[in-house]
Design a protein around this ligand. Structure first.
Ligand SMILES: [Zn+2]
Length: 291
C-alpha cells in the first residue's frame, strides 16, 4: 500500500554538447535543473583521439563543485566495436576505449557508456567472448582506476549484440573485471529489441526479465527516449518523450518505479521542437509524470 511520504527527487539529466567546453556542459545541465549529465569527451564520429589537458580537468572539477552535479556519464564513440573479426579495427577499438577511459579518469567521470559491439556474422557466442576479452585488455592497461564501463542495451540492428538481457549478462560474466562493469538500459533500444514497456503488464514482465538476467543492482543508468518504430522493429530511432510507441503511460511507469529512483535517467531525445529547446520540454514532461 502506498503511503503519502515525500519521494526523493528524480535524478534527471540530458546528453549535452561540449562544443563550448566540457565544463560548460555542466552549467548547461544545471540551467535545465538536472542532477545528471551525459557528454562525449571527444568527437564521437571519428577515430581521432584527444587527451584532456590539466586546464580542462581543473575547469571541469570546478564546475562539478559549483553545480553539485556529480552523476556524470561519458558516451563512447560509435565506431568502437569490441566484438568484430577485423584485427585492425579491434585494435583501434581497444585503443579508443582505453583513451576514453583515460579521459574519464582525468576528468573524474565515474562511468563510460559503451555499445558492446557487432559480431559481423560470426555469431553471438564468438562476439560475446571477444567483448569480454577486449574489455579485460582495456582494464588491464588502465590498471587501478575508478571509472566503470556501462554496457548499453541495444536495438539489435544488424549483428549488434546487447539486444537481449542474457547476452549482456554473459559479457559481464565472462570478463575478469566484472566488478567494473555495469549496465545502461535505454528505453528506445529495449523496446526496439522486443521488450515492451508501454503498459503495466508488459513493463512488469520486461523489468522482471532484466532483474532475472542481469540484476537491477547492476543497473547504473537509464536512457529515457521514446521510439519512432513499433516494438520489436530492431530500428533505433529516438523521439520526444510521449510522442512515440512507448508513450506517456510507459514513461510514467519508469519514473515511478521505486526500484529505479536512485538511478540517473538521461534523455537523448531530439534537441528541438517547434523552434524551442526540446530538452526542457522533455524533462518537464518526465517531471510531471512523477508522483
Ligand atoms: Zn542510449
Amino acid at each position: 500500500m502506498k503511503t503519502k511520504e515525500r519521494k526523493t527527487p528524480l535524478i534527471l539529466g540530458a546528453h549535452l554538447s561540449i562544443a563550448r567546453g566540457i565544463h560548460r556542459a555542466l552549467h548547461d545541465a544545471a540551467d535545465l535543473g538536472c542532477g545528471a549529465l551525459q557528454v562525449f569527451t571527444k568527437n564521437a564520429g571519428t577515430w581521432r583521439e584527444k587527451d584532456i589537458t590539466d586546464k580542462q580537468a581543473d575547469a571541469f572539477g570546478a564546475a562539478v563543485e559549483e553545480t553539485g552535479i556529480k552523476q556524470v556519464f561519458s558516451h563512447c564513440a560509435y565506431l568502437i566495436n569490441l566484438a568484430g573479426n577485423d584485427e585492425e579495427k579491434t585494435a583501434m577499438s581497444v585503443e579508443a576505449l582505453y583513451r576514453e577511459m583515460l579521459r574519464c579518469e582525468k576528468l573524474g567521470i565515474p562511468f563510460v557508456v559503451l555499445h558492446p559491439g557487432s559480431h559481423m556474422g560470426d555469431g553471438e557466442e564468438k562476439g560475446i567472448q571477444r567483448i569480454a576479452a577486449n574489455l579485460d585488455r582495456v582494464m588491464e592497461r588502465i590498471g587501478k582506476g575508478k571509472t566503470m564501463v556501462l554496457l548499453e542495451t541495444t536495438a539489435g540492428q544488424g549483428s549488434a549484440l546487447g539486444c537481449t538481457f542474457e547476452q549482456l549478462a554473459a559479457m559481464r560474466d565472462r570478463s575478469n573485471c566484472g566488478d567494473r562493469i555495469g549496465f545502461c538500459l535505454d528505453t528506445c533500444h529495449i523496446f526496439a529489441a522486443g521488450y515492451d514497456i508501454s503498459d503495466e503488464k508488459s513493463y512488469k514482465r520486461t523489468m522482471t526479465a532484466f532483474d532475472d538476467a542481469i540484476g537491477l543492482s547492476h543497473l547504473c543508468l537509464l536512457h529515457l527516449n521514446d521510439v519512432k518504430k513499433p516494438c520489436g522493429s530492431r530500428v533505433d530511432r529516438h523521439t520526444h518523450i510521449g510522442e512515440g510507441y512507448i508513450g506517456d503511460a510507459g514513461f510514467r511507469l519508469v519514473v515511478n518505479d521505486s526500484r529505479l529512483s536512485a538511478i540517473p535517467m538521461i534523455i537523448e531525445t531530439p534537441k528541438e521542437k517547434e523552434g524551442q529547446n526540446a530538452d526542457k520540454i522533455n524533462l518537464d514532461r518526465l517531471r510531471a509524470f512523477y508522483g
